[in-house]
Design a protein around this ligand. Structure first.
Ligand SMILES: NC(=O)c1ccc[n+]([C@@H]2O[C@H](COP(=O)([O-])OP(=O)(O)OC[C@H]3O[C@@H](n4cnc5c(N)ncnc54)[C@H](OP(=O)(O)O)[C@@H]3O)[C@@H](O)[C@H]2O)c1
Length: 251
């Protein structure tokens, strides 16, 4: 049974998410500066699970956009140093602490670590919006990656993260491009998204925009296969228009 404290936290998290979803529609048409101010006002909390190249890069972009971010990995000292460097808005914790802290979670660990992450997060995953950037590579992740590639990550990842409202995001562009191209002038770097939960997709769209990119909603989780490792789009930085053209989807 949940404690009163836990259910109060759940309620606060629910209202922050609901507020963000409602505000997203209104903010979509606003200029960028106003959007960033809106993000800060919402004070959405994000738990980053895996604070390496991808988690560290995207988490930093969210801190800069005004979000509260807790970084976690297997190395708490690394995360404390990262949070200290990023200053107000950033903090460090264990995976469990980040899971409890975040209204939204961003997972960026080697694919083979996903089952363990799912077990560590446990109940914290229930009904939580989770952005998943993890890619299966058999050479790194072993046998389970072959199975995940065959199914597609949109089908494979939810099996490791039960109860989560999963969105595949930030998986198909290299971290160095995401770091150097965020908020660039002109046409922004396109970030494909796939998810089955409309509210989760809306939140992911907003988080991609606030990180400095243009989201492209490709479809439901089954469509994540279209931008998994090994597809023509994977690893190639593209504008959103190029992503749509390559995937044959309308604007
Ligand atoms: N590199 C890219 O350009 C890129 C782009 C898009 C997507 N991806 C995908 O994103 C994922 C992360 O890639 P990366 O390049 O960021 O890897 P990375 O730099 O090696 O970072 C991985 C992070 O995951 C943490 N971690 C590992 N096992 C964990 C566990 N059981 N619980 C919690 N944290 C754990 C690591 O912690 P420790 O350091 O303490 O071990 C590290 O912070 C991969 O699946 C990758 O395929 C990578």
């Amino acid at each position: 049974m949940k404690t009163n404290k836990a259910s109060r936290q759940d309620r606060r998290s629910f209202f922050r998410i609901a507020g963000l979803v409602a505000a997203s529609a209104a903010l979509a048409s606003m200029p960028l500066a106003a959007r960033a101010a809106g993000a800060a006002a919402q004070k959405l909390k994000i738990g980053v699970i895996g604070s390496g190249r991808v988690g560290g890069t995207i988490g930093e972009l969210w801190v800069n956009a005004g979000y509260e971010v807790m970084f976690s990995s297997l190395d708490l000292e690394h995360d404390k140093a990262l949070a200290a460097r990023l200053g107000a808005g950033a903090r460090a914790g264990t995976s469990r602490q980040a899971g409890a802290f975040g209204d939204v979670l961003f997972i960026a660990v080697p694919y083979a670590a996903l089952p363990q992450v799912g077990r560590d997060l446990g109940n914290a995953l229930k009904d939580k919006i989770v952005l998943d950037a993890c890619n299966p590579f058999p050479g790194r992740d072993g046998e389970m990656a072959i199975e995940a590639r065959a199914k597609g990550t949109g089908i494979a990842s939810p099996q490791f993260l039960p109860g989560a409202r999963l969105v595949r995001a930030f998986n198909c562009v290299g971290y160095a491009s995401m770091r150097s191209e965020a908020h660039r002038a002109g046409e922004r770097l396109g970030i494909p998204l796939a998810g089955d939960d409309p509210a989760a997709i809306q939140v992911a769209v907003r988080l991609v925009q606030d990180a400095g990119f243009e989201p492209v909603v490709v479809g439901g989780l089954a469509r994540a296969k279209d931008f998994d490792a090994g597809t023509p789009i994977f690893g190639i930085p593209m504008t959103a228009a190029e992503v749509r053209r390559t995937l044959g989807i309308g604007s």
